[in-house]
Write a protein that binds this ligand. Structure first.
Ligand code: PBG
Length: 329
């Protein structure tokens, strides 16, 4: 009896495996998340995210040049601001000379071609650590959307290419699109975090920005009234359909690895670039495993990131982007 089909023939050696490989990574795939702080000469390691750093604007310049030289062409910015500047309405977010606005200008000044995307949500600016304005114990949708729209306009006016609303308020993409069109920013992009789940995997990030929801009477303990319930799948399709109708150019699924099914569903159903976010908790979990010697760093980061491509993502936001590019080159 002869076996006509032997799948192992295509696994014989690395040459044949690479010839038939369906998904691979390139520097073009990545969006590099960056954390920015005020001050000078700062490159400080984030306690909850070993070997990942916050940069002041001067050290950020150097980092940007290095990313560009590695072939990385897009960054996603987050700012950690002085607690004294925080309030319920996120007023500082609209400061034309705020940290985010200065960071955008700094980057565009040293590297005009790099794509600058900015996180749009109130949490880094909120004294309660929530993505929106709180009134009487709840997050108020429509007045939050107004601030987010002005914040988006401010980022685009400072020179950002894309805004990335990560707040999960209803109707924010439409409102942002309207204000950008009204002001003549017809080529400004919106990457919407359309399916953002209320996840425990954001923990290390909140430590990086000092943006965790505060424990206080009448302040919601978590973000479950706006971020999605992780038991839901069809709801993600509804969110994406609405964001596309409202004018989103790219849609993002977040977190990454636990939500590959959602990436696949969305890729099959919609004609729009899909981005995956391998979030802080995924990063720190892998780092912890590697520190213990239980995981191999290079292999684990390659495998998890190729999984996003296989699932259908064409863009990956990953804290491993720089190392991945070094590994694959
Ligand atoms: C802000 C925001 C968060 C993340 C991205 N934008 C935190 C949150 O929603 O609580 C998480 C990113 C990460 O964990 O790497 N709305």
């Amino acid at each position: 009896m002869h076996q006509l089909k032997r799948n192992r023939r295509l696994r014989t050696n690395e040459s044949i495996r690479s010839l038939v490989r369906e998904s691979r990574l390139s520097p073009d795939d990545f969006l590099v998340p960056l954390f920015v702080v005020d001050g000078e000469k700062i490159k400080e390691e984030i306690t909850s995210m070993p070997k990942y750093f916050r940069y002041s604007l001067d050290t950020l310049e150097k980092e940007i040049k290095e990313l560009w030289s590695l072939g990385l062409k897009a960054v996603l910015l987050f700012v950690k601001i002085d607690p004294a500047l925080k309030d319920n309405r996120g007023t500082e977010a609209l400061n034309p000379n705020g940290l985010m606005q200065r960071a955008i200008k700094t980057i565009k000044n040293v590297c005009p071609e790099i794509i600058v995307m900015t996180d749009v949500a109130l949490d880094p600016y909120s004294n309660y650590g929530h993505d929106g304005i709180i009134d009487n114990g709840s997050i108020i949708n429509d007045s939050t959307v107004e601030v987010l729209s002005k914040m988006s306009l401010s980022h685009i006016s400072a020179g950002a290419d894309f805004v990335a609303p990560s707040d999960m308020m209803d109707g924010r993409v439409l409102s942002i699109r309207n204000i950008l069109e009204q002001e003549g920013h017809v080529n400004a992009g919106i990457m919407s975090y359309s399916a953002k789940y209320a996840s425990s995997f954001y923990g290390p990030f909140r430590n990086a920005l000092d943006s965790s929801p505060v424990f206080k009477k009448n302040i919601p303990k978590n973000k479950s009234t706006y971020q999605m319930d992780y038991g839901n799948r069809t709801e993600a399709l509804k969110e994406v359909a609405m964001d596309i109708d409202e004018g989103a150019d790219i849609i993002m699924i977040k977190p990454g690895l636990p939500y590959l099914d959602i990436i696949r569903d969305i890729k099959s159903k919609f004609e729009i670039p899909v981005a995956a976010y391998q979030v802080s908790g995924e990063y720190s979990m892998i780092m912890a495993g590697c520190e213990k010697g239980w995981l191999n760093y290079d292999e684990t980061i390659l495998e998890t990131n190729i999984a996003f491509k296989r699932a259908g993502a064409s863009i990956i936001a990953s804290y491993f982007a720089k190392d991945l590019v070094k590994i694959i080159s």
